[in-house]
Design a protein around this ligand. Structure first.
Ligand SMILES: *Cc1c(COP(=O)(O)O)cnc(C)c1O
Length: 381
């Protein structure tokens, strides 16, 4: 246990998995990975499955790697209840590349696409897609600083668009949709980078789901795409070059070229870890409990801490918060780091502080942060 008495911090800060040289890392991404996964990977690093080689050194066409790939897909299908009518792709690059691939593959050049603009990431997607497709923004919450999500009855009509894109959890603003929008016949596309596997979802409500790996799935550099197979037809005979083409990736088992094999292996380990924990139901329960601890510390602080986000849309995974006196930020960050609670600085577009609580964050991490916040308030309030 850490108790940095020298700073006058007098609360229990638990050790991460009993290891005192590892911290509780609240980074928004790349984020901390499950302790067990890191230990397993370390043990297999030089010699995977008796091959005498690292996973990094084996062919992506080898039986060894084929088995890693097969298990990862099977585990993801099991965890999210993904039917055969959906293809699962493991693609190089981050979610930002998927912004473009979605538009290139699912909409013809002159075809309109609909976007909900509810924060930094959806705005970023829109700014790029506007260069290549006519974008219809059906709801935009920029005027309220991206702190709320209006009911869908207040949006513009979606009809006649190739798809409707939205961001279920805005990682930077800390805004989480309390509902899945109704596409009214138009496929729903969701950027689930910061929420995938944090709760059960009904995949059949979506045309396509994508997520960059570095928040809930593994190391950065890989994305998962879950796409309804009939939508693959849209790129089958299109001019989209093969390496950007969903149909071609699906037809080649995501191996059109050399995939990021080590990342894929690490993701496989994370998926199997989530299964061992009890699946997405357990992850949802944990996400609720972790975030409740932090929101309670904020709400019970009599205005010392403040959340800028409307209650109904507060994210379970990313919690931005402010302190009433901004001179306290550097002190908070410094003391927290001394206590083993790191990467709590808010995004430059929002300021203040932010705690990201993804699947790999133990409840003890959230408890330690909540304790630290209360103690900090006692000493500086
Ligand atoms: C992190 C994030 C992205 C960007 O992911 P990259 O892998 O850096 O491209 C996009 N959307 C959301 C919701 C994110 O959280």
């Amino acid at each position: 246990m850490r108790k940095p008495k020298a700073l006058g911090i007098n609360v229990v800060i638990e050790a991460s998995h009993g290891v005192t040289d590892r911290v509780f890392n609240f980074s928004s991404g790349p984020a901390m990975l499950p302790h067990e996964v890191m230990v397993e990977a370390q043990a297999e690093f030089m010699n995977y499955a008796g091959s005498g080689m690292s996973v990094m050194e084996i062919s992506h066409r080898s039986d060894l790697f084929a088995s890693i790939a097969r298990h990862a897909e099977a585990d993801l299908r099991e965890l999210l209840g993904i039917e055969d009518s959906y293809a699962v792709l493991f693609l190089s690059g981050g979610a930002t590349l998927q912004f473009l691939m979605v538009a290139l593959n699912l909409a013809r050049e002159s075809e309109a696409v609909a976007y909900a603009c509810t924060g930094y990431w959806s705005a970023k997607a829109i700014s790029q897609i506007a260069k290549i497709r006519p974008v219809r923004v059906v709801v935009n919450t920029e005027a309220n600083g991206y702190t709320d999500v209006p009911a869908q009855s207040e949006w513009l009509e979606v009809k006649d668009a190739a798809y409707l894109h939205y961001t279920p959890n805005e990682t930077i603003g800390g805004v989480e949709f309390p509902y899945v929008p109704d596409g009214r016949g138009v496929p729903i596309i969701a950027d689930m980078s910061s929420t995938i596997l944090s709760a059960p979802i009904d995949v059949s409500r979506f045309g396509l789901i994508y997520a960059g790996a570095q928040k809930n799935l593994g190391p950065a550099g890989l994305s998962v795409v879950i796409i309804r197979r009939d939508l693959l037809d849209r790129s089958k005979h299109s001019q989209v070059p093969r390496i950007l083409n969903y149909h071609d990736h699906a037809a080649s088992g995501s191996m059109l070229n050399t995939p990021p094999t080590f990342n894929w292996y690490m993701m496989g380990k994370v998926l199997s870890w989530v299964r061992r924990q009890g699946g997405v139901e357990t992850m949802a329960e944990l996400a609720k409990n972790r975030s409740r601890l932090i929101y309670e510390a904020i709400d019970n602080s009599s205005g010392f801490y403040k959340s800028p986000v409307a209650h109904a849309v507060r994210s379970r995974t990313n919690i931005p918060f402010l302190i009433f006196d901004e001179q306290l930020y550097p002190i908070f960050l410094n003391e927290a780091a001394q206590a083993g609670l790191t990467q709590l600085k808010g995004h430059r577009s929002v300021g203040g502080l932010r705690a990201s609580l993804y699947n790999a964050m133990p409840l003890a991490g959230a408890r330690s942060l909540a304790n630290f916040m209360c103690d900090f308030q006692r000493r500086h309030g």
